[in-house]
Design a protein around this ligand. Structure first.
Ligand SMILES: [Zn+2]
Length: 287
């Protein structure tokens, strides 16, 4: 692909991507996938994602669709546990935390189509998916979560750094779902022709188990960083550790761990860390 031709595609995808992102962001607000205040962030991320063409857009839409489904699983119980705020839609900080790394990678892929960068994009989205599924499926577990760094500490469901067997299974499935979606899009890419799929260059199928594993490792890192860096509170009434200043039981909690890092920053740190790991493990390939 010549440089001029590639620039034409980028300009074309930018125009189409911006228009489509505005339409999709409005639909996402209406469907409560995101909050109204997150619309601008969604347009920014959507436009960046669009730069590398319709296959990357399809990949991201599959991620949003599956994330929304798992978020709505057991909605009543999530509200009861005081962890149902994402049912109102994701905030702009959440949209940016999840979307900025794939967005930047998509823009980079558009300028320099590369299997290597595309693999990193797949891993970043698989890690976000693993994290979403871990929280949204794990919170429905009947057994109490334990702090990943100190498993003898029992947590209130939904607390950052907490893990359950069900949540970890969900996390593995969340990473697998996006890696399988990438595989399906890779199989479909030759049918679409070079005009639509020239940037969608992913790893050979033999590398997919590694992409899946790295997506899952991203969620484990997210839990470890959440356990180490986020503030923690103790509910004297229930005898559990929580992220909530006022526990869902109504009792006021006691701060037991100081921390200034938010969940969104932990997401971003975990994604960056797993991509650094991936960069070491996957040798850069010429485009
Ligand atoms: Zn309580």
């Amino acid at each position: 692909m010549s440089g001029i031709k590639a620039m034409q595609y980028i300009a074309y995808y930018f125009a189409i991507g911006l228009a489509a992102s505005i339409a999709l962001a409005l639909a996402a607000v209406k469907l409560r996938v995101i909050r109204r205040s997150a619309a601008l962030a969604a347009v920014l991320i959507g436009t960046l994602i669009s730069l590398s063409g319709p296959f990357t857009v399809a990949f991201f839409i599959i991620f949003l669709f599956l994330s929304t489904i798992v978020t709505r699983l057991g909605a009543g119980r999530k509200v009861e546990l005081g962890v149902g705020s994402d049912l109102e839609g994701r905030t702009s900080r959440q949209v940016l935390a999840v979307g900025i790394v794939p967005g930047i990678l998509s823009a980079a892929v558009a300028l320099l189509p590369s299997r290597y960068l595309m693999d990193l994009l797949v891993i970043a989205v698989a890690a976000s998916s693993a994290d979403t599924w871990a929280s949204e499926v794990g919170v429905l577990s009947r057994s109490r979560p334990r702090l990943i760094t100190k498993p003898w500490i029992r947590l209130s469901p939904g607390t950052s750094g907490g893990v359950t067997a069900l949540g970890e299974l969900g996390s593995m499935m969340g990473s697998a779902a996006m890696v399988l979606a990438a595989l399906a899009l890779t199989a479909a890419a030759p049918l679409a022709g070079p005009a639509y799929a020239y940037t969608w260059l992913t790893a050979p199928p033999s590398d997919y188990p590694a992409l899946w594993a790295l997506g899952y490792v991203g969620e484990v890192l997210d839990s470890v960083l959440g356990a180490l860096l986020q503030p923690k509170y103790f509910c004297p009434k229930c005898g559990v550790t929580t992220d909530q200043r006022i526990h869902h039981c109504g009792a006021e909690t006691i701060k037991i761990r100081w921390g200034v890092v938010t969940n969104e920053l932990v997401n971003l740190l975990a994604t960056s860390a797993v991509l650094a790991l991936a960069a070491v493990l996957i040798h850069p390939m010429p485009p």
